[in-house]
Design a protein around this ligand. Structure first.
Ligand code: GAP
Length: 514
């Protein structure tokens, strides 16, 4: 675990050193849980968004996109339940004056028990070697059984307290588990109270009577309130979907793990509107399809798992998360929810407008049911970055840091390098750049030794380096170096475009989903 934490620290500093992610307002000592994307980060992020957008809107003829405003009528957040229920339970330690999420303190306690169980299993695996029957050991070992029972009891108590919104019980669990403040080490806790996560601001001057508005905590509501506009103007028939990418804001209290939990972040959400009664079959479809989208990137199939929710929100009838194995464990990257007709019905009630869909086949009007797929751009970015990072030992004792980014997502697709800065090689290299730049993010680099230039490109994940040498001037060939294998092949300049395109285009990635 400690080793993984070290790797994570290295990834965070690599992200800064190579222009992927900077702390926001750094020269003013930063703003907690807010980050800026640098010159390479923004390209990687844009490529992730493009992959998602094209997968949704090009591959499904019944999905269209919108871009709704961040500010919306405040009643929308009343209708959606965010004003009353988008809360985190907070608790303060009186000695350290530090504030925590009560649910996170308890979840960490559960994770500690999980760790104990895994340690017992790992010890036994080492002791018994090849003959180790893990399933049997988990069932029969008394120490494991004791921890499993302890975990189950705690989990049940915790889930009930959360479901019943029982803040006193949450505090009591913290006391009973003897959870201490990591800073002061004491158990001198305040009461637990609810804290709404929405940022508020005011619209209009005070003289006019300013209105409290919220920075949207999810993009989904912009889709719900526009669904009938899109349906009517686009002459859409059920089932159909609306996709949106945009910023969302949450005043997160426990903001940790770099860009995993931010106060300003981006979501890619798609609401799929279906006939009532057909929602569970569409839920299954989207559950499979979204995992396929992730796996097509080739980051490693074993890094994903579903986490089906056994406790559902009152309006949902199925929900699952797609989790990705980050250096700090499996974590939610995407949520897929069958939200019934809850949101649309609420908007109908609060707006007083009829927003039912008229189904020409059934000749009746009804409120559609909705399947939602919701993925955080920044979490997706983090999963791509973490799984691509490698400190690779090379023959001869050297090491290189390389980002094995999926080629279609890489910020730079190819770098063109004259072997030396004379003899007409820079001019020839520029000529190649001028040809490739219309289709690929192409860099020109003539500084330092060729080895150093390769390392610089490896560190930002550039799939191809093209080296122009004296032979190029004679026979029109260059060396094409591939990032992961470091293999170099001699190819014709005239073939470069096709060779690169075949490997880096988004189309080849999208074709895997067809
Ligand atoms: N409309 C549904 C919705 O917003 P959510 O599970 O709260 O559901 C969806 O959020 C996704 O948004 C998460 O799976 C995660 O990837 C991302 N996300 C949520 N809160 C985030 C935060 N504070 N920082 C970064 N990403 C976040």
């Amino acid at each position: 675990m400690a080793q993984q934490e070290d790797v994570f620290k290295k990834i965070v500093s690599h992200a800064k050193e190579y222009g992927f992610v900077f702390q926001s307002s750094e020269i003013y000592d930063g703003l907690a849980a807010v980050y800026d994307y640098g010159q390479n980060g923004v390209e990687l992020k844009n490529n992730i968004k493009r992959y998602w957008w094209d997968a949704m809107t090009l591959l499904h003829e019944n999905i269209v996109g919108i871009d709704s405003a961040i500010f919306m009528h405040p009643t929308i957040w009343k209708a959606s339940g965010h004003v009353d229920a988008f809360n985190d339970p907070l608790i303060d330690n009186r000695d350290s004056k530090k504030r925590y999420r009560a649910d996170v303190l308890i979840e960490e306690e559960l994770a500690k028990i999980d760790d104990k169980i895994e340690k017992e299993v790992a010890k036994a695996r080492k002791r018994f070697g090849e003959s180790f029957d893990e399933a049997l050991f988990r069932q029969t070992n008394p120490r494991v059984a004791e921890q499993v029972e302890k975990r189950q009891k705690l989990h049940e108590r915790f889930a009930n307290a959360m479901n019943d919104n029982n803040l006193e019980e949450l505090r009591q669990i913290i006391i009973d588990c003897e959870i201490a403040c990591p800073v002061s080490g004491t158990r001198n806790w305040t009461e637990v109270r609810q804290f709404n996560l929405m940022f508020r601001t005011e619209m209009g001057s005070t003289a006019d009577g300013a209105m409290t508005v919220y920075l949207r905590p999810e993009t989904a509501q912009g889709i719900f309130v526009n669904y009938l506009n899109v349906q009517k103007t686009g002459r859409m028939r059920l089932p159909f979907g609306i996709a949106q990418i945009g910023k969302a804001f949450r005043n997160e209290i426990v903001a940790r793990q770099f860009i995993f939990r931010m106060r300003e972040f981006e979501q890619m959400e798609m609401q799929f509107f279906v006939r009532p009664g057909q929602e569970l079959q569409w839920f299954e479809f989207w559950k499979q399809w979204r995992l396929k989208w992730h796996k097509a990137l080739g980051l490693g199939d074993s890094k994903y798992r579903y986490h089906d929710h056994d406790k559902l929100a009152h309006y949902a009838n199925a929900a699952t998360d797609i989790e990705f194995e980050m250096p700090f464990g499996f974590k939610e990257v995407e949520g897929i929810h069958s939200r019934t007709n809850f949101d649309l019905s609420q908007h109908e009630k609060f707006s007083g407008k009829n927003i039912k869909y008229f189904d020409p086949e059934l000749n009746e009007s009804y409120t559609p049911y909705v399947i939602e797929t919701s993925i955080g751009v920044d979490r997706m970015f983090l999963s791509v970055l973490c799984s691509s990072y490698e400190e690779q030992k090379l023959e001869g004792g050297d090491t290189r840091v390389v980002l094995h980014l999926p080629a279609a997502l890489a910020p730079v697709k190819c770098a063109v390098m004259p072997l030396v800065k004379k003899d007409g090689l820079p001019e020839k290299a520029r000529e190649i750049v001028d040809d490739l730049k219309f289709d690929f993010a192409t860099r020109y680099d003539e500084k330092d030794s060729i080895g150093k230039r390769y390392r610089r490109q490896d560190a930002v994940g550039t799939p191809f380096c093209i080296t122009v040498d004296h032979q190029t001037l004679e026979d029109g060939t260059v060396t094409l170096r591939e990032r992961d294998s470091m293999e170099q092949t001699r190819v014709n300049v005239a073939d470069l475009h096709k060779l690169i395109h075949d490997r880096v285009s988004l189309t080849s990635l999208l074709r895997k989903l067809a």
